[in-house]
Design a protein around this ligand. Structure first.
Ligand code: ADP
Ligand code: MG
Length: 321
């Protein structure tokens, strides 16, 4: 199979058709129609085999995750995803791998109505770069800056499950059998909180998606907003799988484990009731874990009301360089 046959076979006949794709795959570039009253929101994420997922990870999971992490970035901006491009570096034209990859990728694409509109394909170490594009009403994109003292700090879903999945696969922790599939799914097939992000307009003063761990990502909100915060460990939303893991991982998986892809956002206290009403439509739980404070820095309160000093802060690819 040559490069062009591969593109035609796997990527040209993609399942999502959108009227705003004037010209999709097959020409030198795509031509896309942006609604006149909206702004284009663009994000990209690179997944490298052996860095972002273990070599040998199920191809379906790789396809799912490559798009999911990008959808999560648009969710954090409160944007509606529309289109994506795919840059693929492949060691070989392995049809079984490509079929699995496309299955995972397009299943998620279909669920969110996003169309693949172009890309590039080359031979090389397994690397997947997705660029995603979407829309937001003019001037209302959710940012990391904007949190104010007194705002409640909220997270969607549960924290730390993906980190438990990774440690389980690496043989670093033991969990009862009944939780294995769930935590590995949280690692390999994260659910981007797209619907929640789009409902945060007019409610959230700042928002980010949690990819590197709560402490690191909340830290970005605090830095961009020029504020500090206090969070309570007892309020962290944890799944049932966390109970048997707690003795092995403590709070660190929830605080600093990467790959959660939940949203962390801040809401002024006078909007808390409105948030509760909106959250019914999020499709996921939403938990208040603390409060923004004027004094810089992050203060963590333990179950007994004392100060807690975290042992890890989050993932950094270039730490120590
Ligand atoms: P060029 O040489 O001009 O870069 P290519 O031969 O690389 O063109 O690509 C031909 C068409 O196929 C283009 O429309 C491109 O966007 C699309 N394409 C190539 N690789 C992919 C891919 N992995 N996924 C989606 N579209 C792709
Ligand atoms: Mg090309």
């Amino acid at each position: 199979m040559n490069e062009f046959e591969l593109i035609r076979e796997y990527f040209a006949r993609q399942p999502v058709q959108r009227a705003d794709v004037v010209l999709g795959i097959g020409d030198d570039a795509a031509v896309l129609e942006v609604p006149a009253d909206r702004q284009l929101v663009v994000s990209t994420d690179l997944l490298v085999s052996g860095v972002h997922f273990p070599a040998g990870t199920d191809a379906r999971a790789v396809g799912h995750k490559a798009l999911a992490v990008n959808l999560s970035d648009l969710a954090a901006m409160g944007a509606e995803p529309a289109w994506f491009t795919l840059n693929l570096s492949l060691p070989s034209a392995d049809t079984e791998w490509l079929q699995g990859f496309c299955h995972g990728l397009f299943e998620l694409a279909r669920r969110h109505g996003v169309a693949l509109v172009g890309g590039d394909t080359t031979r090389g170490p397994l690397t997947i770069g997705v660029q995603i594009m979407g829309f937001v009403a003019r001037g209302v994109a959710l940012r990391r800056a904007g949190a104010r003292p007194g705002d409640g700090i909220y997270v969607t879903g549960t924290l730390g499950d993906a980190a438990l999945g990774l440690r389980l696969l690496q043989g670093e922790i033991k969990l009862p059998e009944e939780f294995h599939a769930a935590v590995v799914a949280r690692l390999e097939r994260p659910t981007p909180r797209v619907a929640a992000g789009q409902r945060l307009h007019g409610l959230a003063t700042a928002c980010i998606d949690i990819s590197d761990g709560l402490l690191a990502d909340l830290g970005h909100i605090l830095e961009a907003s020029g504020v500090g915060a206090r969070i309570e460990l007892a309020r962290l939303p944890l799944s049932l799988a966390y109970d048997p893991a707690f003795a092995q991982v403590g709070w660190e998986a929830a605080l600093a484990g990467g790959d959660d892809y939940e949203l962390c956002f801040t809401v002024p206290p006078e909007q808390a009731d409105e948030l509760r009403r909106a959250a019914v439509l999020f499709g996921v739980s939403c938990t208040r874990i603390g409060v923004i404070e004027g004094e810089p820095g992050l203060r963590i309160v333990d179950q007994h009301g004392g100060a807690y000093a975290p042992k890890l802060t989050g993932f950094d690819h270039f730490r120590g360089d």
